[in-house]
Design a protein around this ligand. Structure first.
Ligand code: BEZ
Length: 254
């Protein structure tokens, strides 16, 4: 999403490919929960650059992707996919899809009840919602280090962790309130190796936090956060592993 506001997350297709390709590579498990079939109409909510959308399309399903980032949508269009710009909280679809799928996106959505009601509306009765995203305790070490940095360097606490990480119980209640019957839901630790270390992760996913310190100080703050996290997340061989916790859910439109 491109924006003039410094506190907003922005995406670059090239940066995402370099630092975060593992996000779609690790989508195999939740894709297996979706089990797309030829002829189904499926919405990929937060399709990004379309890596998983293309895998769903390869099953013979008719897939539509939605995302807020024009940069990532351009990369998805280059794969020949039908993708549109749109917010998870303002889905324009009604009674249209056999399934709504979402991987590693819903933790960015600050009004999850609005997203859930739009998902329910987009589904045909009996259609399924299958999603994976960060759950309670996700990247807890990283969040704590950012809070410590905000405290030490006088940064804004609200820029440390703008994410929604519910427990399974909390999310079940939220979905059922939107008319989605939960069939299975699990919260699982999934330690995730980072190909470009924690610095690549922080630059890709939390740049607005560092930008608030301006060009003179942001490098210093980033180096301080990396040093604080090193004993917890970097092994003796130099491999960084993030403390990911995934919430996986399958629910059906009542
Ligand atoms: C996640 O996939 O858990 C995640 C990615 C970026 C920022 C925060 C969480």
């Amino acid at each position: 999403m491109s924006s003039a506001l410094p506190e907003q997350q922005t995406w670059s297709a090239e940066g995402y490919d370099r630092n975060a390709r593992f996000v779609s590579d690790l989508g195999a498990q939740i894709l297996s929960w979706l089990a797309p079939r030829a002829g189904e109409r499926i919405l990929d909510l937060g399709c990004g650059d379309g890596a998983l959308t293309a895998r769903i399309a390869a099953s013979g399903a008719d897939v539509v992707g939605v995302d807020v980032s024009e940069a990532l949508l351009a990369a998805a269009r280059a794969r020949g996919l039908d993708v549109r710009n749109g917010e998870a909280t303002a889905l324009p679809f009604e009674n249209e899809f056999d399934a709504v799928f979402s991987n590693a996106v819903l933790h960015w959505v600050r009004e999850p009840a609005l997203a859930a009601s739009g998902i329910r509306r987009a589904l045909k009765r009996g259609g399924r919602f299958v999603a994976e995203f960060g759950g309670h305790g996700n990247v807890a070490a990283v969040v704590t280090a950012l809070r410590a940095a905000a405290d030490r360097f006088g940064g804004r606490a609200d820029l440390t962790a703008p994410w929604f990480y519910p427990t399974a119980a909390e999310y079940r209640v939220l979905l059922e309130g939107a008319g989605l019957d939960v069939r299975r839901i699990e919260l699982v630790a999934r330690p995730t190796p980072l190909p470009t270390g924690i610095e690549g992760w922080l630059r890709t996913f939390r740049q607005p936090f560092f930008d608030q310190f301006g060009p003179e100080r942001r490098g210093e703050v980033l180096a301080w956060v990396v040093a604080l996290l090193k004993p917890a997340l970097c092994d003796t061989a130099g491999q960084w592993t993030a403390d990911y916790v995934r919430l996986r859910v399958e629910a059906v439109a009542a």
